[in-house]
Design a protein around this ligand. Structure first.
Ligand code: DC
Length: 218
């Protein structure tokens, strides 16, 4: 019996759960392209900070988002032609991005771009917070990836070359709280993930093992 080929994969979960690593490995395995939707929200936050737009001014930030050219490749993120690959991963952007991501008009704009991206690419591996629930409710495969908070903080701190684990853990907890308590498309917890999502806990697992666990479901 041959199964329908997997064309669309949604990966959701909190920061530091290992979504990007899994998305890269799955995309390669399935021969699909990948889209990091967090990088899109970060790009809007970066542009607001760069241009002095108050991130709490919802209309101004939404107008900014609508006019922004965001280009994502596997290696780089460009905003209106400026390479922001490193610039969107700073503490300043970490601090501003939850407010930007809670803006309903920004979400509407980015969700429509994300859907267009998937149509244009004939599918893809898309990672974020609302992919299986909102962006691609009909995705072929939905994964909710999680890990215990101290593991997520440890990974995030080492990714960023930051050594103050307690500081990174506090920032992550603050962001998770904002992302999961906002009005529009809040990040669900594992128990509230899309009913048809595979829940995978990556705590203490090497990336290869997480990939194998997911592949076993396909
Ligand atoms: O995955 P990340 O840390 O790069 O995401 C950055 C922020 O954007 C994070 O605070 C959650 C938010 N986000 C979102 O609300 N919806 C998405 N689909 C992706 C990210």
């Amino acid at each position: 019996m041959s199964r329908r080929p997997v064309r669309t994969v949604a990966i959701d979960g909190p920061a530091g759960a290992g979504k990007s690593t899994l998305a890269g490995a799955l995309a390669e395995h399935l021969g699909l392209e990948r889209l990091d939707t967090g990088a899109m929200y970060r790009s809007v936050a970066w542009a607001a900070l760069e241009r002095g737009v108050d991130v709490t001014d919802t209309e101004a930030v939404a107008a900014l988002a609508r006019g922004l050219r965001i280009e994502l490749t596997d290696e780089h993120v460009l905003v209106d032609g400026v390479d922001v690959t490193a610039g969107i991963r700073t503490g300043a952007v970490d601090g501003a991005v939850s407010v930007v991501a809670a803006n309903p008009d920004v979400r509407a704009e980015l969700v429509s771009r994300q859907r267009a991206w998937v149509v244009g690419h004939g599918g893809g591996v898309v990672e974020g917070r609302d992919i299986g629930t909102v962006v691609l409710p009909d995705a072929d495969v939905k994964i909710y990836l999680t890990a215990v908070p101290h593991e997520r903080a440890r990974r995030r701190a080492s990714e960023r070359g930051r050594h103050q684990l307690a500081e990174v853990a506090a920032a992550l907890e603050r962001r998770d709280h904002l992302d999961s308590s906002r009005q529009v498309s809040p990040l669900p917890d594992a128990a509230q993930a899309a009913a048809d999502a595979i829940v995978v806990d990556s705590t203490d697992k090497p990336a290869r093992q997480v990939l194998e666990e997911v592949l076993a479901w396909l």
